[in-house]
Ligand binder design. Structure first.
Ligand SMILES: Cc1cc2nc3c(=O)[nH]c(=O)nc-3n(C[C@H](O)[C@H](O)[C@H](O)COP(=O)(O)OP(=O)(O)OC[C@H]3O[C@@H](n4cnc5c(N)ncnc54)[C@H](O)[C@@H]3O)c2cc1C
Length: 269
């Protein structure tokens, strides 16, 4: 039987996240949303406090915690402000396909950048013509010597305007359907990367959601996740297994906050 009793460490972690939400998130949430301010300083503070990217293993500089610890923290952050929770979680989403599919050497580079240097990253899969149906993506990556050349557009990418690098899903074999997909790390400052305008998301205006265009963007061949073509689709799906419980935790935290506000208001009116 599943036991939902929290242990002492989990209780402490939840309390830490709740205090952070009370002191650092709630007082600024309205300003962030109304003025569409990306909460960069508070994301950095949450990272410093050990509240973000909890599933990065200790071998790569992370805390190496599990899904249960991560959802406890994410529920509290979303209780503070769902926009902040979305913005702060974008990097963890991008780490998931690195954890599930990258080589040891790639993990040492890219996961450590996040865990130890506080780098930010985005998960770039969705396209103007491919949402739920991930197999319909049209972005391509063509091998050219020691490099890949990436062309295409991504849409609704959370954190794109502040990311240091992206996880990008592209087709290396366009005729092979979902079997012909591969994942790449693409630094945001590569030539040919262009960001679209920031979207205005209701209730999540502080989160930076944008399109990204890749126009003959060249990356070294060792930026191919796992350093072997194909397998990208399965890896992107496994990444969702790691990440989606946290999106549900965001909804739970938001619902709890809405209930508490309604209860207080009902008692005052
Ligand atoms: C705020 C925000 C942030 C996002 N951040 C990211 C991000 O960081 N990275 C990223 O890659 N993407 C991101 N996305 C994109 C998100 O993953 C897509 O919106 C999602 O995959 C759904 O795709 P879509 O919007 O094109 O909807 P569609 O796939 O067009 O779906 C529209 C509707 O049709 C339904 N539907 C679809 N297919 C079927 C079917 N076969 N049978 C029955 N019903 C169906 C869906 O349930 C939905 O109700 C973000 C989106 C939003 C809104």
């Amino acid at each position: 039987m599943v036991d939902f009793q929290l242990d002492e460490m989990q209780e402490m972690l939840r309390e830490l996240a709740h205090q952070f939400a009370v002191e650092e998130i709630r007082p600024q949430a309205e300003h962030w949303d109304t003025d569409e301010v990306y909460p960069l300083d508070t994301i950095r503070a949450a990272h410093e406090m050990g509240l973000l990217n909890l599933h990065i293993p200790e071998a790569y500089g992370g805390p190496g915690l599990g899904c249960m610890e991560e959802v406890l923290v994410n529920e509290e952050l979303a209780w503070g402000d769902p926009g902040f929770a979305t913005a702060a979680y974008a990097t963890a989403l991008a780490t998931a396909p690195i954890i599930t599919g990258a080589t040891e050497a790639q993990k040492q580079v890219w996961l450590r950048k996040i865990a130890e240097e506080g780098a930010l990253a985005s998960y770039a899969v969705t396209e103007p013509g491919a949402g739920s149906d991930v197999a319909a993506i049209a972005t391509t990556a063509r091998r050219d010597g020691d490099e890949y050349v990436i062309n295409g557009s991504k849409m609704w990418i959370t954190g794109a305007g502040y990311a240091d690098f992206f996880f990008v899903l592209a087709k290396t074999d366009p005729d092979a359907g979902y079997r012909g997909m591969s994942g790449f790390i693409v630094e945001a400052n590569r030539e040919g990367v262009t960001l679209g305008k920031k979207e205005t998301n209701m209730g999540q205006r502080c989160s930076d959601t944008r399109s990204i265009t890749f126009d003959d963007v060249r990356v070294p061949a060792n930026h191919l996740i796992g350093e072997s073509e194909s397998g990208g689709w399965m890896n992107a799906m496994q990444a969702f297994d790691l990440s989606r419980p946290n999106i549900a935790a965001h909804a739970t935290g938001l619902a709890r906050a809405a209930y508490e506000h309604a209860l207080t208001y009902a008692g005052e009116r």
